[in-house]
Design a protein around this ligand. Structure first.
Ligand code: DGY
Length: 344
């Protein structure tokens, strides 16, 4: 009689270089590239990237699936309700990418405030002829106000850096963050007040039904004339058309973006605009952070497959709801809000 086949786990092929050669001993790892469609079959786990959408139809084709282990803090590509209904645990990677993403947010703040894109273009085009007292004047950050929308882990890490730049901090968040306030002097405001008072607004909320389109035309209108907007969270938190209009009309002084509504499509108006610095979703892209994210995603998958609590489940998905025919003892609500939602 032949040996029993190992259970099969799908793992995003793009993670291969970040993981050990045999990442899940005891399981057959099936590497799947992002451009390949989600297969059907008896796979018990799936380590996913945010490029892959998984909803009802995909889950129907994976009837044995126990865990969807997302290698990212955000998981708006996954249908959490559909996973809960099928007893599939969803996990993500909060905590390990906080500092890298806060650093990149600051790279954008500095680039936009000091007009780096225009400066570089001036040199590349040969238009720079001499030092001049009024050339490429930008925003002085010392004494300016930084408005943080969403004071979770990343928002707070951005704020801590803001103190070192001598900025006054405001934040908008459903919850008061006492320790953050004590440490940085940050003051909690409602969103509209924050927008009206901030010189730099930086977004750190997850994409949820309640945050999609949060910065719509009316809210962009409330921002101070000449203020800067930075987004390293999710593209759909901002109305991109209204953002382009505000930039083109000179109401915004500049924008720094790492995320877009329809990635990898970046509106050409933004690419072309001298005051828009656009990056290709690299907030967490450091060697150390990407390795930690891959390891955490794998540790989550392994834990669920071994029947242990995963380190960072999406809230509401662990413990899993009973599957038809399974023994009693599970649970799990429909809510699907993540513990790490506050991470963005
Ligand atoms: C995340 O983790 O959600 C980022 O957008 C990718 O690092």
């Amino acid at each position: 009689m032949g040996a029993l086949a190992s259970p099969r786990v799908l793992v995003a092929a793009e993670l291969r270089d970040l993981l050990p050669p045999d990442p899940l001993p005891g399981y057959e790892v099936c590497w799947i590239a992002a451009e390949e469609p989600t297969p059907q079959g008896d796979f018990v786990g799936f380590v996913t990237l945010l490029r892959r959408k998984i909803g009802e139809a995909e889950l129907d084709g994976l009837p044995e699936l126990k865990v969807l282990a997302q290698c990212a803090v955000g998981y708006d590509n996954l249908d959490i309700g559909a996973a809960i209904r099928r007893g599939v645990v969803v996990t993500h990677t909060p905590g390990v990418l906080t500092e890298a993403t806060a650093d990149l947010t600051w790279a954008l703040i500095l680039a936009v405030a000091r007009r780096l894109k225009e400066g570089q273009e001036m040199i590349a085009s040969g238009r720079w002829t001499a030092w001049a007292p009024t050339q490429l004047l930008g925003m002085e950050l010392q004494g300016a106000t930084l408005g943080i929308v969403g004071a979770g882990r990343i928002g707070q890490a951005v704020g801590r850096r803001g103190v070192a730049f001598g900025m006054r901090l405001l934040y908008a968040d459903p919850e008061a963050k006492g320790e953050f306030e004590n440490r940085t002097g940050a003051v909690r405001k409602d969103l509209d007040e924050l927008l009206a008072e901030s010189d730099v607004v930086t977004l750190h909320v997850p994409s949820l039904p309640g945050t999609q389109g949060l910065l719509d035309a009316a809210r962009l209108e409330r921002m101070k004339p000449g203020a800067l907007l930075i987004n390293t969270a999710r593209g759909d938190v901002v109305d991109e058309k209204a953002l382009i209009a505000a930039l083109q009309e000179g109401r915004l002084g500049g924008v720094g973006l790492d995320v877009y509504r329809d990635e990898p499509q970046v509106p050409p108006e933004l690419v072309a605009h001298p005051r828009a610095v656009c990056l290709p979703h690299i907030g967490s892209a450091t060697h150390a952070t990407r390795r930690r994210m891959a390891e955490l995603a794998l540790a989550n998958a392994r834990a669920v497959l071994e029947g242990r609590a995963p380190p960072t489940p999406v809230e509401g998905t662990w413990p899993p709801r009973l599957r038809p025919g399974a023994l009693p003892g599970g649970g799990g609500g429909e809510k699907g809000r993540a513990r790490g939602d506050e991470d963005r």
